[in-house]
Design a protein around this ligand. Structure first.
Ligand code: AMP
Ligand code: MG
Length: 956
């Protein structure tokens, strides 16, 4: 084989790293195949009687096996010149001619048809979903690698098992690798690549040098109830059939590439030469580099070397190590009991179990002070520090203490005793936190009611919780109250702190009962995990009827900071929000991503230094936008259900780093346990998908008035402890933490509010004339979740619009579907269940045709266009009601921002709520404007520009 490029070096006195450097330099010098450069060799002298020989061949000239054979031949010749006869080596040219003859031969048609038939089944098949796989950010060619070994005893067990199953050990080793990936993938069907060296099949070709390796496609299909032995029999049969047809596989131009994502390669381990190991093979190439991820097995009688090789841009080294760990666990179980069904074979061995449990629990001392005791501490330490602000009103810690003492005393006078529940029907204002703390001083728990709820909702919640007292609309004038004589109640960790009602899948909301100790753990643990002690001015911008705002509310008081309560309009209007943030020098905010996204539509958005996003997934575009607007802002993804007290996991977005498609959750808050379990409540291995269960110090007392809720189960890994089954699905990340992956049930989040569609369905079914109802979550024009209801009515009489209005009278706004569509009947799946996908797709077809009233002037046209863009469901007529078309409060924020920007007029969100049609809105805007003609002209200018943009778009 000529010509040969040669490089030698004397590294006898060089530092150790010099050899690696020399090798690396050799490898980067590219062989120019066009000029006939096929082989390159280098010899470095590394000691008095030691050399390192580096051989590289062009990938078109030789493969891994060829290098191995070259090595054997060199070693043999070196030991005894006469022992090696070049003429005995099978020449590659003969292989090429033979193969060409095959392709021209009579079996060629059948051989090619074999692969066509096989690939027809593979159509639409994708590589396995591997959670560790990153979207490759760069075109780097670096590889990660993890190694393990199998000793002779284990290898002989493997061989014995393969023998019992009537197969070769390498087929068994391969099948187990595919099974591992299938179990992690979870879908049971994918395509993979088998790197096969045909020299193994043709004895005369032993020792040949050339390109014999092929990556044959393999369809992997598993069903959990199949016995391994049966499944393996099938795989082994396919491998044998592939070998028969291998020369007809189009190696140079394979018709697919999907099989190159995951691969498997198996070789015999290189021979050792010389008694005193004169020759030692230091390294051989890994599996084909076009595999993104592959397992390579090299074996001989002494055992096997296993290595997982992967593209470093896609997979981490930890992920590769975990795969090997799981592979060995699975292999061991299969060798022991090959008759087990696939779904019952374990992937989690003792070491993995230890790693998983370790990463799912965090233990730390969070102190013993409840929130009230922390406040008392600040009252003594920093009495004059600001504690609470709302608009112009301000209270220092001392004043807050005095105020709550008086109100607590008044509450006692109203019959409030320790252990009771007090309902708070208060708007978000200064009085609200005062009322909460006063209720606690009286030893009671608070039940927040949202003043925006319809009366019926409030009544239903009150009927269930039966509070002893309700603070309605406002607190009494505190200054008129006497100072409390009796010492205030000393809160104990087991005291009930609050009851929050969340949507219930049985049709009625359920009250989550959270104790002081659980809240205390949350506030302290969240403070530690997100450095909340550095935050001095927290904004409260959400309703306290859900626990999202508790991070701000109690995070501020726990840390002696100031809680700044945003007035309702300041959280519903982008401009007002920006002013609020600036005027109050807010440095910390907890908010739902979709809410923040709408509030950023201001001319000059303002973000805090600490931003906690929670309640729903934060879209990448939003996280990137925040990072652009405020590079100094520390962004946290925060997760947890109400039942586990606000939040149990966080992840700090890495400043300056590319934002992943979805932010993970990497840190468990102190004293919580966040487990990802499979259907039989076993630990899901790293890389697998399972359901999230939460236990530990923040697990709530339970639901009020509902015994034995089946969502609370025994913790299989901690005797005597409970876990809450969240219904959230998550991937277990090999690097630690998890990535949420939707729901195991139908629960959805609408603007961060939790909604059980079943509750909305129950409300629909309670309306006269509704026979059947289905509520689905559908994305709006901006991709945010909204609800779409479908119903089958009794005869004609039931109208979707009227139904929607009736629902608005009983349900909170976020639970009212954007549309209620009548259908004649629900399409069913073969199992009798309603076909929800078909229903979602059928929606527009069944919607009645509306008459679209055309705009009469530019202002109306601009407003109608603005609404249509936000709704994303076709043109809006000037008499159409924005809310009846499904418009919601976050879209109002954006609509107002747009009107303000384009027309330069002052307009409050409330104006849209009061004048929801383009015609009515245009009329009030005109009325309020000092110069209606100028307004119309401005609208005209924007219209013309929009139309020009559209025609440019069309022309383009
Ligand atoms: P809630 O009880 O209202 O706090 O709702 C809890 C549910 O909201 C969780 O079970 C998740 O489905 C969802 N959720 C909460 N935080 C996040 C987050 N950071 N990312 C994605 N979903 C979340
Ligand atoms: Mg929550």
């Amino acid at each position: 084989m000529t010509p040969l490029a040669w490089a030698d070096a004397d590294l006898r006195d060089a530092p150790e790293a010099a050899l690696a450097e020399w090798l690396a330099n050799l490898q980067v010098a590219p062989l120019d195949i066009a000029r006939g450069e096929m082989v390159q060799a280098g010899l470095a002298r590394t000691g008095e009687a030691r050399h390192t020989l580096a051989l590289s061949v062009h990938a078109w000239v030789g493969d891994r096996g060829s290098l191995q054979h070259l090595f054997d031949q060199i070693a043999t010749a070196f030991a005894d010149e006469h022992a090696f006869d070049a003429a005995e080596v099978f020449p590659y040219a003969r292989f090429v001619t033979w193969r060409q003859d095959l392709l021209d031969g009579e079996d060629a048609a059948e051989g090619r048809a074999y692969w066509q038939r096989y690939l027809a089944q593979a159509a639409a098949l994708t590589p396995p979903r591997l959670v560790g796989r990153q979207a490759a950010a760069s075109q780097q060619t670096a590889r990660v690698r993890a190694d393990e070994s199998v000793d002779a005893t284990f290898l002989s067990r493997i061989a014995a098992c393969a023998d019992t199953l009537g197969a070769q050990p390498d087929a068994l080793l391969q099948a187990v690798w595919w099974l591992l990936l299938a179990r992690l993938d979870g879908t049971g069907r994918f395509i993979a690549g088998w790197q096969h060296d045909c020299r193994r099949d043709y004895p005369p070709m032993q020792g040949a040098v050339g390109v014999f390796d092929k990556a044959l496609p393999l369809i992997v299909e598993t069903a959990p109830e199949t016995r391994f032995a049966d499944w393996f029999d099938n795989v082994d049969g396919t491998l044998a059939a592939h070998v028969e047809a291998q020369e007809y596989w189009a190696v140079e131009a394979p018709p697919i590439a999907a099989h190159l994502a995951v691969g498997f390669a198996c070789h015999e381990r290189p021979r050792r030469h010389g008694v005193d190991r004169q020759w030692q093979l230091a390294a051989l190439p890994g599996p084909l580099p076009n595999f993104e991820l592959a397992l390579q097995v090299a074996w001989d009688a002494d055992g096997a070397a296993l290595s997982v090789h992967a593209d470093a841009a896609r997979h981490s080294e930890v992920a590769a190590q975990r795969l090997l760990m799981q592979y060995l666990c699975l292999l061991d179980a299969i060798v022991e009991r090959p008759d087990t069904v696939l779904g019952a074979l374990p992937l989690v061995g003792p070491r993995e179990r230890e790693l998983l449990l370790q990463s799912q629990e965090a233990v730390a001392d969070v102190g013993a002070q409840t929130v009230t005791q922390r406040i008392a501490h600040w009252v003594a330490e920093t009495p004059d520090a600001p504690a609470l602000e709302a608009g112009e009103q301000r209270l220092s810690y001392r004043e807050l203490d005095q105020r709550t003492a008086r109100v607590a005393h008044w509450l006692q006078g109203q019959g409030v005793t320790p252990g009771a529940i007090v309902a708070l029907n208060l708007p978000r204002a200064l009085d609200l936190p005062v009322a909460i703390l006063s209720v606690w001083r009286a030893g009671a728990a608070y039940l927040p009611l949202d003043p925006d709820w319809p009366e019926a909702r409030r009544a239903a919640v009150l009927a269930d919780a039966k509070p002893v007292f309700t603070i309605d609309a406002a607190l009494p004038d505190a200054s008129a109250q006497p100072e409390a004589q009796a010492a205030s109640h000393i809160t104990a960790p087991s005291d009930l702190a609050y009851v929050l009602y969340t949507s219930g899948s049985t049709g009625t909301p359920k009250g989550v009962a959270v104790e002081q100790g659980q809240l205390q753990n949350y506030v302290a643990a969240a403070s530690a995990a997100m450095q909340l002690d550095t935050c001095r001015r927290w904004a409260l911008t959400s309703s306290v009827a859900a626990d999202l705002g508790n991070t701000a509310l109690f995070g501020a008081f726990h840390n002696g900071a100031c809680l700044v309560v945003a007035a309702p309009h300041e959280a519903k209007d982008a401009e007002a929000f920006a002013c609020f943030m600036r005027a109050h020098a807010i440095d910390a905010l907890k908010i739902v991503p979709s809410h923040l996204e709408a509030l950023l539509e201001s001319a000059a958005p303002c973000l805090p230094r600490t931003l906690v996003l929670g309640g729903e997934a934060a879209p990448r575009a939003l996280v990137e936008r925040i990072a652009r607007l405020a590079p100094q802002c520390a962004i946290y993804n925060h997760y947890g259900p109400t039942e586990a007290t606000v939040g149990v996991m966080v992840h700090a977005a890495e400043p300056g780093a590319p934002v992943p498609e979805q932010l993970p959750l990497t840190r468990v808050l102190a004293n919580n346990r966040v487990r990802v379990l499979d259907a039989s409540r076993g630990l899901v291995p790293a890389g697998g998908l399972g359901e999230v269960y939460i236990g530990g110090a923040q697990l709530c007392r339970g639901y009020l008035n509902r015994a034995n809720a089946d969502v609370f189960v025994a913790d299989p890994f901690h005797a005597g402890e409970r876990l809450y089954r969240t219904g959230d699905l998550a991937w277990v990340l090999p690097e630690g933490g998890l990535r949420l992956a939707g729901r195991a049930d139908h629960q959805v989040k609408v603007h961060g509010y939790r909604v059980e569609p079943a509750e909305v369905e129950a409300a629909l079914l309670a309306r006269p004339g509704v026979r059947q109802a289905v509520v689905l979550a559908v994305p709006d024009a901006a991709g945010a979740t909204t609800l779409a209801a479908f119903f089958v009515g009794d005869g004609e009489g039931v109208d979707g619009r009227a139904l929607r209005e009736q629902l608005a009278a009983v349900l909170p706004a976020h639970m009212v579907p954007a549309s209620c569509t009548a259908v004649s009947a629900f399409a069913r799946l073969p199992n009798g269940k309603i076909d929800r996908l078909a229903l979602a797709a059928s929606a527009p077809a069944e919607a009645p045709q509306r008459v679209i009233a055309a705009p009469r002037d530019a202002l109306e046209a601009l407003l109608a266009d603005g609404m249509a863009t936000l709704l994303g469901s076709g043109p809006v007529g000037v008499e159409d009601d924005f809310f009846e078309l499904g418009g919601h409060s976050l879209q109002v924020i954006k609509l107002v921002a747009r009107i303000r920007k384009l027309l330069q007029v002052e307009v409050a969100a409330g104006v849209v709520f009061d004048h929801p049609t383009p015609a009515a809105l245009a009329a009030v805007l005109r009325e309020a404007s000092a110069d209606a003609i100028a307004l119309e002209q401005l609208a005209q200018t924007h219209r013309q520009r929009d139309l020009a943009d559209e025609s440019v778009g069309e022309a383009a």
